[in-house]
Ligand binder design. Structure first.
Ligand code: FAD
Length: 366
């Protein structure tokens, strides 16, 4: 298949990770639209943020949720709590306009292939209606398109509604129902907090939930992740963010604690047609189960490059820790700690994007 245009770098995804890469490519002297281009599957700016549930709040203040180069506009945290989802969407929209990144959208990339056997030849990026050639591909497609639904016996027999946090929208849809919320992370806690205002909710977790102290937010988590990176560089041990706990006590979660609904019970054993069956044999009837069980990296488009190892992981190497060990023309940004500490956060992705771009520019000059 012949490419319609050829670039030094094609960035897949124009969420926060893709935008941060675009910013640093431009700072390095590459021109958007000439030397590099961003391609995104969605029909509007904001990455996955517009698709998150309506009541979602950040777990950090605005200034600690910023991409490189331009602070997120302030939000009155003291009076109104941390910024809502739409504040992030507006910021990302303004960010791509400010830096004239002009992503091509909507184009869902289906495959990235090698043009030929030449290891320094171009890669071909294929999406319906658009085929591009690239010397380097940065995959920044996030995790939202790959929700993780754990397998439990009886899931197909359950007659009620099953939602994932990626398809949950607003509490009113569950008003008056008996709802089971599954998961021990921030999504589960925030969804539980709002659904429990209109429904009878049971919370189940694989292990007892670990709440962070009230004064620990995303800012502290980022600083802890940064301290860990530094400690690793110096060969010192550091527990990192995991040592602190999991759930940030945003206002809605604190309020739910005040109502006494933050009590979790152990994970059920299986689903039955009208509810859940616990390990001790007791059952609980429910109308809906919301799986707040996380996501996996959305990497299907890279399958033709066979970058996975025997354990299904994509090994990475290079100075930035984002370069595919099996295909050095491909870089992975924003998916989680395995490609850079805190790289799946607004404030953390800039560091990873900067280091990745430095490595790409170095390769382009060789
Ligand atoms: P995304 O935002 O998912 O963007 C990826 C983009 O790639 C999308 O626009 C998508 O359309 C596009 N794409 C996907 N596949 C393809 C393809 N094949 N071809 C072309 N384009 C494609 N972080 C914080 O810093 N603070 C918070 O408070 C916070 N709260 C969070 C709450 C929830 C519920 C979740 C899920 C995450 C939260 N995060 C938070 C984490 C993080 O900021 C997000 O996960 C973030 O959206 C990741 O950005 P990204 O750019 O990597 O991916």
């Amino acid at each position: 298949m012949s490419a319609e245009a050829s670039y030094d770098v094609v960035v897949l995804g124009a969420g926060q990770a893709g935008l941060a890469v675009g910013y640093h490519l431009q700072r390095a002297g590459l021109v958007p639209g000439d030397d590099f281009v961003l391609v995104d599957a969605a029909d509007r700016p904001g990455g996955s943020w517009p698709r998150m549930w309506d009541g979602l709040r950040l777990f950090s203040p605005a200034t600690y949720s910023s991409l490189p180069g331009w602070l997120m506009p302030p939000w009155d945290d003291a009076a109104r709590g941390f910024p809502p989802r739409d504040h992030v969407v507006a910021y990302l929209r303004a960010y791509e306009e400010r830096y004239r990144l002009a992503p091509l959208r909507p184009h869902r990339v289906r495959a990235v292939r090698r043009a030929d056997d030449d290891p320094s030849g171009p890669l071909i990026v294929e999406s319906p209606g658009l085929t591009l050639a690239a010397r380097h591909v940065v995959s920044a497609t996030g995790t939202w398109d790959q929700p993780f639904w754990p397998t439990y016996p009886g899931a197909n027999d359950f007659l009620g509604t099953q939602l994932h946090s990626s398809t949950y929208r607003r509490p009113e849809e569950l008003a008056g129902q008996r709802v089971v919320v599954v998961g021990g992370g921030n999504s589960a806690a925030q969804v539980l907090a709002e659904v429990s205002t209109v429904a009878e909710v049971t919370w189940v977790t694989q292990r007892p939930p670990r709440f962070l102290p009230d004064d620990v937010d995303g800012r502290v988590l980022f600083e802890t992740a940064t301290a860990r990176v530094q400690a690793q560089r110096e060969g010192r041990a550091h527990d990192g963010v995991g040592g602190l706990g999991d759930i940030v006590m945003v206002a809605s979660v604190r309020e739910a604690r005040g109502r006494g609904v933050l009590e979790a019970e152990p994970m059920f054993e299986r689903l039955v047609p009208d509810g859940i069956a616990r390990a001790d044999g007791r059952t609980l009837s429910c109308d809906a189960v919301i799986w707040c069980t996380g996501f996996r990296p959305a990497l299907r488009h890279l399958a033709p490059l066979h970058m996975r190892d025997d354990r299904g992981r994509v090994p990475v190497s290079g100075a930035a820790g984002t370069r595919s060990a099996r295909e050095p023309r491909v870089h992975l940004v924003g998916y989680g700690d395995w490609v850079g500490a805190a790289s799946a956060t607004l404030i953390g992705v800039g560091r990873s994007a900067k280091a990745t771009v430095a490595e790409i520019v170095d390769s382009l000059q060789k």
